[in-house]
Design a protein around this ligand. Structure first.
Ligand code: PLP
Length: 234
């Protein structure tokens, strides 16, 4: 991608975000665009940064370790959005501002302990990833285990549970994904009420379905392909 096309793509996406927000009676400013830069080089991250993006999502700890030197000096918020293995949790807790894909208490505990040992200031933001489509996806906590997990995470002093995240199945028509987004929003409300906490964040929606996600209440959308172009198959 040339810098101009990243910029143009971003402009179009921002317009589509604004359009979806209006349809839902929301303000575009309530929605954070996370540029998913996995598989793309640091130079692509810089292009998006120069075009105004301040949130980036990576899905692998190791890949990010290799790339981050190339993004030195960028005042951005770095999100881990991919499934986290427990042997990488300590590294992730030091490298990212937010772990958007927590689905296991042992991993949450490791994140919490690492932050305590590192003496970092402020809590590490986390989201719980929910398995909204058990038949299609592997990662995420089961719906009936969600509130128990949230209850335990809320008690970890170094973590700040901000909300929920999901990866619905890829369905040809984005409209078909709507029930999954609606479900995540309902779960967020249930858990917040049950635990007596506020969970402001709903991270849902990707390149082909972010508008539907916004209509259903997404506060963060994770968009890769529509910004940076298609990723090379591994
Ligand atoms: C890759 C990825 C995205 C972005 O997907 P696109 O279809 O390229 O927009 C969003 N969320 C997660 C968790 C991902 O792994």
């Amino acid at each position: 991608m040339t810098p101009t096309s990243v910029r143009e793509n971003l402009q179009q996406i921002q317009e589509r975000i604004a359009g979806a927000a209006v349809r839902a009676g929301r303000k575009a400013g309530e929605i954070t665009l996370i540029a998913v830069s996995k598989t793309h080089p640091a130079s692509a991250i810089r292009e998006a940064y120069e075009a105004g993006i301040r949130h980036f999502g990576e899905n692998r700890v190791q890949e990010w370790e290799g790339k981050r030197a190339g993004t030195d000096g960028l005042a951005a918020t770095w999100h881990l959005i991919g499934h986290l293995q427990s042997n990488k949790a300590a590294r992730a807790a030091r490298l990212f501002h937010s772990i958007d894909s927590v689905d296991d208490f042992a991993i949450a505990q490791r994140l919490d302990r690492t932050r305590a040992d590192a003496g970092t200031i402020g809590k590490l933001r986390v989201l719980i990833e929910v398995r909204v489509a058990p038949e299609e996806t592997k990662s995420g906590v089961e719906i009936d285990e969600l509130s128990a997990l949230a209850e335990r995470i809320v008690d970890l002093p170094q973590l700040g549970l901000a909300g929920l995240m999901c990866i619905p199945p890829f369905l040809e028509k984005a409209e078909q994904v709507r029930p999954y987004f609606r479900r995540l929003r309902g779960l967020r409300e249930d858990v917040a009420k049950k635990l007596g906490v506020t969970l402001p964040v709903l991270s849902m929606g990707m390149s082909h379905d972010f508008e539907v996600a916004i209509e259903e209440g997404a506060t963060e959308v994770r968009v890769g392909t529509a910004i940076f172009g298609t990723r090379e198959a591994k």
